[in-house]
Design a protein around this ligand. Structure first.
Ligand SMILES: *[C@@H]1O[C@H](CO)[C@@H](O)[C@H](O)[C@H]1NC(C)=O
Ligand SMILES: *[C@@H]1O[C@H](CO)[C@@H](O)[C@H](O)[C@H]1NC(C)=O
Length: 823
C-alpha cells in the first residue's frame, strides 16, 4: 500500500527559501537596480541624446563596449542589449531588468557569441537589423533588408519589434523564441522552445517543446544518439493524456494571469494565477518545462507549474546506458559492468567495461543481473505478454543483440527485450525489474545472478545499510556487488523523501509560519495537494451548500482562496483506514483525462476525510435526462462517446487498472458544453482481487445498473462497468430510466430494461423498417441521427448481455462510436 504514496511530486524540493538571505538579496538587488535605472536615465534621457531608451531609429547602433547602450522597455521590465557570458562571449539578448541574475528571455545569436570588442548591433539604412562581430562579419540579421523599417522598439511585454513608418510590424523577436515563452507571445506550429546546453552555456541544447505533426504539444529529447518524445506520458495516446489531435490550428498562449491554453486542449494555470506578475515559461536544460513567477522584491524566480513531476522520466538525461536515480535528488549513475564514458559529461552516458559475447553461441558465458525497479524506456526488440521470467530470459539469450530485458509482474508477466539501453530510470512505482546481460566474468553480487534457475534474493539488512550510508550514487563504479541494494535503496529513498516532503508540508500548514513562507508553499501546491480541514471549512462556508449526496458521501460546493470553485466530498468517518486513504487518494490524483472529474486534492485530519474535486457546472446526467427539459441528440451522442472514453481510459490506459463499479447517470457530470466527466471513480479502486470482496459489492453498485454476475458472486471484472454503461447508453437513447423495476401483470417483476430489450429484439427480428424511430426518445420529435441511434442501441444491447464474455470492451466501444461521429 505504502508504495503508492510515493507518487507525489519530488520536485517540490526545488524551492528552498531562506528568509534572511532573501531580504538581504532583495535589498542589494533593488538598490543596484535603482542605481542602474538612474544611470541609464542620465545617458539616455531624451533631452541630452534625443534617443529615448525603448527604441532605436534607422541609422543608429548599439555597441558592445558601451555598457549603457541598452534598450529598456518603457515600464522597465525588459532590457535589450549585449549580454556577456564568461570572459569574452557576448549575445544580443533581451533579459528581465529586475531579475537578480538578469534572466535571459530571448537571444539572437545563441550559438555564435560575438567578441567583447568591436561588435555591434546596427539598424542599417536599408532597414536590416544586423549583428556584426569584431571583424565586421555578420553573425545574425533580421529579414528586413530593403524594407521601410523605421524603428526598433522594445515593448513592455518583452517583444522587440521592427516597424515601418505606418507602424506595421515587419519583424518581431516573439516569432523567434529561444528557450522562453513570455505572456501574450503566440506559440505556433512554426516555432519551438529549445533548452540551452547547460547552466552557463546558452548554446542550443537537446530538449524542445513544440507542436508535433499530429497537433499535440510535446517535449522531446533530440540528442546526438537518439530522439525521444517523453511528455505527455508516452504510454497513452493524445486522448489518454486529455489532449486532442483534431485541431490543426496549433496555437498556444500564456495570458496575463498565468493561464496557458493550447489548441490541443493542454491548459494549465500558474499556482499564483493573477494579474501583474512577471512570468516566463522556460524549457529548462534539465528537460523540464517550467512556468516561473518573478518576485520583484528579491529578484528571484518561483516555480508555479511544471510539466514533468518526476525528473527521472525525462528522456536522455543520463545518456546511453545511464540510469537516473533519486538520491533523493535526481542523479545519473551507471549500471554494473559499465563506467561513465566521459567523466565530465553525463550526456555521453556509460560505456561497457567488457566486450560483448553473442549469447546465442555462448549461452554459458553470460549471466543476468537484476536491477530492481529499473527500466530503460524504448528500443524493445520484442514484447510478449503472459510469459514466465524464464521464457523471457530465454528470448534475450537467443538474441545476440539483446542487452537486457525488462520483466513486469503486474497482471500477466510482461517481457520486453532491449537492444539499446537509453532513458534509464529507477522508480519505486515501476512494477518491474531489469535484467542486464553481462559476461560471466564481470563481478557482481551472487544473489542477483540468474543462471538457469531463479535464485531468491538473499538480501541482507546490514549490507544494505552500508550501501546506503557509505556510497553516493554517482561514485559506485566498480562496486557492482551492491547494485541490487543501491537500486532498491534509491527506490526507498524516493519514497521516504516524498513522505518527508508531505510531512514538512503538514508541519508548515499546521504551525504558525511567516505568511510569506506560507505563500511560498501555497505557490508550490498547484494541482494535486493536501488541504487542511480549516481551509476546506472556510472554502465551503462551514459546509453550507450541499450539492448532492451518494453512497460514498455528501458533496459541498466551495471556493478556494485562489477563487477556484470546487466540489468537496465529505466521506463517512469510517469509510477507509488512513493507510488505504493515502494510497487511494494518491492514485486518483494521478488520473487525468478530460472525461474524468479531476481530483485536486484531499484532506486527512483526525477523523476527517475529504476529497476536493474540480467543480463541474452542469450537474449530473440524470438531472437532464429524466427531467422536464430535453437534451438534444448531439449532446446525447457526445455524452455516450465521452463516457466511453473516460471508462476506456480507466480500464485500459490508467497506470493502475481501475474498475469504476458504479457507472450510472448520477455519476456522469456535464460541463458547460455537455462534455461528460465521470465522477466517483477510484473510490473503490478495485483491482480484480478487491472487487471480489462482498462488502465492496454491497457498498458499490446501484440496483438496476449492476451486472448480473455480481449477484452470482462471480469475480468482478471491468465488464461490470461495460454492463452499467450499456444501461446508460440505452437510457440516453430512450430518455427514461431503464433501471427501474416495473411490475408485470401479476407478481412477476422485471426491469424496464428487460422489457425494452424484448421489445427491441422483437422489432428487429420482425424486420420492421421503422424500429429505430419507434425506440428513440419521442421527446426528440424525430430529430436524431439514425445511424448513431442504431449504433448506440446495438452497443447497448451487446453491453447488457448476461454473458460477460460477449460484452465488448470499452476500447472497442469508443472505436465503434468514433466511426459514426459527426465530422
Ligand atoms: C482550435 O483551437 C483554437 C485555439 O484554441 C480554437 O479557437 C478553435 O476554435 C479550435 N477549433 C476547433 C475546430 O475546435
Ligand atoms: C547458478 O550459479 C550458482 C553460483 O554460481 C551455482 O551455485 C548454481 O549451481 C548455478 N545453478 C545452475 C542451475 O546452474
Amino acid at each position: 500500500m505504502n508504495n503508492s504514496i510515493i507518487s507525489c511530486n519530488t520536485t517540490f524540493v526545488v524551492l528552498k527559501l531562506n528568509p534572511t538571505d532573501m531580504i538581504s538579496r532583495a535589498l542589494t538587488s533593488s538598490s543596484t537596480t535603482l542605481c542602474l535605472v538612474f544611470l541609464i536615465y542620465l545617458c539616455f534621457s531624451p533631452s541630452s541624446s534625443g534617443n529615448p531608451n525603448n527604441f532605436l531609429k534607422r541609422g543608429s547602433y548599439l555597441s558592445v563596449e558601451d555598457d549603457s547602450d541598452l534598450l529598456i522597455s518603457s515600464d522597465n521590465t525588459f532590457t535589450c542589449g549585449f549580454y556577456g557570458v564568461g570572459k569574452n562571449a557576448y549575445y544580443f539578448s533581451i533579459w528581465f531588468t529586475s531579475s537578480k541574475e538578469k534572466t535571459v528571455a530571448w537571444m539572437a545569436n545563441r550559438d555564435k557569441p560575438v567578441n567583447g570588442k568591436g561588435s555591434k548591433v546596427s539598424f542599417l539604412r536599408d532597414g536590416a537589423f544586423v549583428l556584426t562581430n569584431v571583424d565586421g562579419s555578420i553573425t545574425w540579421e533580421t529579414n528586413t533588408r530593403t524594407t521601410d523599417a523605421q524603428t526598433a522598439e522594445l515593448l513592455d511585454n518583452g517583444n522587440l519589434v521592427l516597424k515601418d513608418s505606418s507602424l506595421k510590424v515587419l519583424w518581431q523577436s516573439f516569432d523567434f523564441p529561444s528557450d522562453t515563452l513570455l505572456p501574450h507571445q503566440h506559440f505556433t506550429k512554426s516555432n519551438k522552445l529549445t533548452s540551452r546546453l547547460g547552466g552557463g552555456n546558452y548554446g542550443t541544447g537537446y530538449f524542445s517543446f513544440f507542436f508535433d505533426t499530429d497537433n499535440v504539444l510535446r517535449l522531446i529529447y533530440d540528442g546526438p544518439d537518439i530522439s525521444n518524445v517523453y511528455w505527455p506520458n508516452v504510454d497513452f495516446d493524445a486522448f489518454g493524456n486529455g489532449r486532442t489531435n483534431f485541431n490543426s490550428t496549433r496555437i498556444a498562449m500564456l495570458n496575463g494571469t498565468g493561464w496557458f491554453s493550447s489548441s490541443d486542449r493542454l491548459s494549465f494555470r500558474a499556482s499564483d494565477s493573477s494579474f501583474g506578475i512577471k512570468r516566463r515559461l522556460t524549457m529548462d536544460y534539465d528537460g523540464n518545462l517550467r512556468l516561473y513567477s518573478l518576485n520583484m522584491v528579491s529578484g528571484l524566480w518561483t516555480i508555479t507549474w511544471e510539466a514533468v513531476m518526476q525528473l527521472c522520466s525525462v528522456h536522455g538525461l543520463c545518456g546511453r546506458n545511464g540510469i537516473c536515480v533519486y538520491t533523493p535528488k535526481p542523479k545519473c549513475s551507471c549500471p554494473p559492468g559499465y563506467e561513465m564514458a566521459d567523466p565530465s559529461n553525463w550526456n555521453k552516458g556509460c560505456r561497457p567495461m567488457f566486450s560483448r559475447i553473442c549469447s546465442l553461441q555462448y549461452p554459458q558465458q553470460v549471466k543476468f543481473v537484476k536491477l530492481p525497479h529499473v527500466d530503460f524506456y524504448g528500443f524493445d526488440s520484442s514484447f510478449s505478454i503472459g510469459i514466465s521470467l524464464e521464457s523471457c530470459k530465454k528470448k534475450c539469450l537467443e538474441d545476440c543483440r539483446c542487452k537486457a530485458f525488462s520483466y513486469r509482474l503486474t497482471g500477466e508477466g510482461r517481457c520486453f527485450t532491449k537492444v539499446e539501453l537509453f532513458n534509464g530510470y529507477t522508480s519505486p512505482n515501476f512494477p518491474g525489474d531489469l535484467y542486464l546481460k553481462l559476461p560471466m566474468h564481470i563481478q557482481t553480487s551472487e544473489a542477483i545472478i540468474l543462471n538457469g534457475s531463479n535464485h531468491t534474493c538473499k538480501s541482507n539488512e546490514s549490507t544494505m545499510l552500508i550501501g546506503l550510508s557509505s556510497s553516493s550514487m554517482s561514485e559506485t563504479r566498480g562496486k557492482s556487488a551492491r547494485w541490487v541494494y543501491l537500486y532498491s535503496f534509491a527506490a526507498v529513498v524516493g519514497a521516504i523523501e516524498m513522505l518527508f516532503i508531505g510531512l514538512c508540508w503538514w508541519f508548515l500548514f499546521r504551525h504558525g509560519i511567516p505568511s510569506t513562507m506560507e505563500e511560498g508553499y501555497r505557490l508550490l501546491s498547484h494541482q494535486f495537494r493536501k488541504f487542511s480541514y480549516m481551509e476546506l471549512k472556510k472554502a465551503t462556508k462551514n459546509f453550507e451548500e450541499e450539492m448532492g449526496s451518494g453512497a460514498s458521501g455528501i458533496v459541498f460546493k466551495g471556493v478556494l482562496v485562489d477563487d477556484r470553485v470546487v466540489a468537496v466530498k465529505k466521506l463517512g468517518d469510517s469509510y477507509l483506514t488512513e493507510e488505504v486513504f493515502w494510497a487511494e487518494a494518491n492514485i486518483i490524483g494521478k488520473i487525468n483525462h478530460m472525461n474524468l472529474v479531476r481530483m485536486l486534492g484531499f484532506c486527512l485530519e483526525h477523523k476527517h476525510r475529504l476529497l476536493v474535486y474540480e467543480y463541474v457546472q452542469n450537474r449530473s446526467l440524470d438531472k437532464h435526462l429524466f427531467s422536464g427539459n430535453v437534451i438534444g441528440w448531439k449532446e446525447r451522442f457526445k455524452i455516450a462517446l465521452g463516457t466511453a472514453k473516460g471508462l476506456a481510459y480507466l480500464h485500459h490506459e490508467c497506470l493502475e487498472w481501475v474498475i469504476h463499479c458504479d457507472v450510472k447517470p448520477e455519476n456522469i457530470l456535464l460541463d458547460g458544453d455537455f462534455e461528460p466527466k465521470i465522477s466517483d471513480f477510484g473510490l473503490a479502486k478495485l483491482s480484480q482481487r478487491d472487487c471480489n470482496n462482498n462488502e465492496m459489492s454491497r457498498i458499490r453498485g446501484t440496483k438496476g445498473y449492476i451486472a448480473p454476475e455480481w449477484a452470482l458472486n462471480l469475480p468482478v471484472t471491468a465488464k461490470v462497468d461495460v454492463y452499467s454503461y450499456g444501461v446508460v447508453i440505452l437510457e440516453l437513447v430512450k430518455g427514461i430510466r431503464l433501471s427501474h423495476w416495473v411490475v408485470q401483470d401479476g407478481d412477476e417483476q422485471e426491469t424496464e430494461l428487460t422489457r425494452f430489450i424484448k421489445v427491441v429484439r422483437g422489432k428487429m427480428q420482425g424486420g420492421e423498417v421503422a424500429w429505430v424511430n419507434d425506440t428513440v426518445d419521442t421527446r426528440l420529435n424525430g430529430e436524431f441521427n439514425l445511424i448513431q441511434a442504431e449504433k448506440m442501441i446495438e452497443i447497448g444491447i451487446c453491453c447488457v448481455d448476461e454473458n460477460r464474455n460477449k460484452r465488448p470492451t470499452m476500447d472497442s466501444i469508443v472505436q465503434a462510436l468514433l466511426q459514426c461521429e459527426d465530422s
